[in-house]
Design a protein around this ligand. Sequence first.
Ligand code: UTP
Length: 281
Amino acid sequence: MIKKCIFPVAGYGTRFLPATKAMPKEMLPIVNKPLVQYGVEEALASGLDEIGFVTGRGKRAIIDHFDVSYELEHQIAGTDKEKYLAGIREVIQKAKICSTRQPEMKGLGHAILVAELLVGYEPFGVILADDLCLVEEGDDPVMLQLLQLYRRFGKSVVAVQEVPPEEVHKFGVIEAEQLDERLYTVSRMVEKPEPGEAPSRLAVIGRYVLTPDVFEVLRHTPPGKNGEIQITDALSTLAQRGRVLAWKFRGLRFDCGSIDGYVAATNYVYEHIYKKECERP
Ligand code: UTP
């Protein structure tokens, strides 16, 4: 049974400067909740309660957020403000949190390799908190959709979405054979392809279930695009061995690592989630 979910949160978040100069981008709020809390709530709702952060310099606020704040608890105890802490209290109660540090920003693949210390030799989930994924009420969270496929096939699974041709250069893109309406066997993956090089319009987003053989492959994966160790390159190696599936997930995804996606997510959550919650008795 998979219990672990890794959150690589060591990136600089340069696209949000100066907001991210002294604050992790994962702590940016979508309305009243930091991005990273949405991710951890998704992991918990998918049955993953062992949460491992791969952090870097200046990321302490993330770990503090998932710790009890005694002063705050003391200050608001018995007041009507307690309701604002109900959500995070529940998360803190359910999640087992640990963290390790990525000493240098050598890429997402490297961050995941650093997490081997937390994971051991087990399959595990990976959530990039800056991709906010929301599903319709009653549907399974995107991470749970991937876990169900892992349970059926025992292979690594990546979440994909179809993007317009002019956007493929921002993503890892798969070459794949379609198995059914939403499921694909991946044969190759290309990180941020140049125009004309993209094998498809199916782009990998920030949700993965990985088998532990990925660590050995990552150890031997040389730096790729932008001189970084890319998870896409390691998964491409596993894909060539027939070990990777892709799932066109059900739900919405907002790229909150970009200003446009962040604003779109804020507007969506305010209209469709926050307002409804406020109306509840
Ligand atoms: P991004 O490509 O969004 O990079 O990383 P970034 O540094 O966070 O943001 P920009 O581009 O400077 O604005 C995708 C994810 O991988 C993590 C990031 O924290 C983010 O969740 N990451 C990336 C690491 O943990 N370590 C790395 O070395 C690189």
